[in-house]
Ligand binder design. Structure first.
Ligand code: HPA
Length: 260
């Protein structure tokens, strides 16, 4: 199957699909991927934290997840990320399209190219999120009754703790718009495997220090998340050819000797 959707906190189903869980073994560990078909359209669905939300951001096996999708034949991925809002232009309850990121994660396995037999490569990140998928998401949003803010810089933190107010002030000064714990290295790994990847962030709170007390959006967002899931399916379904350069992003300096 060609298409996959990866969801974050609070999205554990895709409307209209019934899935069967598959455990896919990879050289990096196993991944649980749900596979389903609707009206002849095959879709892989991965809930990053698990369907019971048991895996914290820093423990997600991002390499196994992305490799498992590749094993299934996936080459295009649409994702969602729950975030906190740093920019006043992107308040809680709004959706924003990720256009770039700042990586503040640490200690995560963030590459398939680890030297030696696994090869050495540098991956171009000048356009980390697929421009064709992004354009299509923005085009189809209005007919799903959704408004998507077209640009946002994602700050990836390690979690599982939230940030301090001083950290948020720093991220703001550096140009970060929204903050989350799971967007990186997922996008990087997808790109290393030549996949097309885009993500829509949904904000559930003002980031630390922006309000007297941190509060989180709850059930009020249920309908929005349903519409968003539907938008992801219809977007990924609607594109036949992805005429972009995502699959040329990897510059191999030393060819891998194994293909895990
Ligand atoms: N910080 C980090 N990750 C998050 C936040 C936040 O404020 N909200 C949702 N995910």
């Amino acid at each position: 199957m060609e298409s996959a959707i990866i969801t974050g906190t609070g999205i554990y189903e895709i409307p209209g699909f019934t899935f069967t869980e598959k455990i896919i073994d990879t050289a990096y560990g196993s991944a649980r991927v749900n596979v389903g078909v609707k009206d002849g359209f095959e879709l892989a669905f991965l809930a990053r934290h698990g369907l019971e939300h048991t895996t914290p951001p820093h423990q997600i096996n991002y390499r196994a997840n992305i490799k498992a999708l590749q094993i299934l034949g996936v080459s295009r991925v649409l994702a969602t990320n729950a975030v906190g809002s740093i920019s006043r232009e992107i308040p809680p309850m709004s959706l924003s399209l990720l256009t770039d990121f700042l990586d503040f994660t640490s200690g995560r396995a963030f590459s398939f190219f680890d030297g030696g037999d696994t090869g050495l490569a540098h991956t171009n990140m000048d356009e980390a999120y697929c421009p064709i998928l992004r354009t299509r998401l923005l085009e189809l949003a209005p007919e799903h009754e959704l408004e998507i803010i077209p640009h946002s810089v994602y700050v990836a933190t390690n979690g599982p703790r939230f940030e301090t107010p001083a950290e948020i002030r720093m991220y703001d000064q550096l140009g970060g718009d929204v903050v989350g714990m799971t967007g990186v290295p997922e996008v990087v790994l997808a790109r290393e495997l030549g996949m097309h990847y885009a993500s829509v962030a949904y904000s559930i709170n003002w980031a630390a220090g922006l309000e007297e007390e941190m509060t989180f959006v709850g059930d009020e967002m249920a309908e929005l998340k349903q519409l968003l899931s539907l938008l992801l399916v219809n977007t990924i379904k609607s594109i036949e050819v992805l005429d972009c350069r995502c699959n040329e992003a990897v510059m191999i300096m030393h060819q891998p000797q194994i293909n895990p």
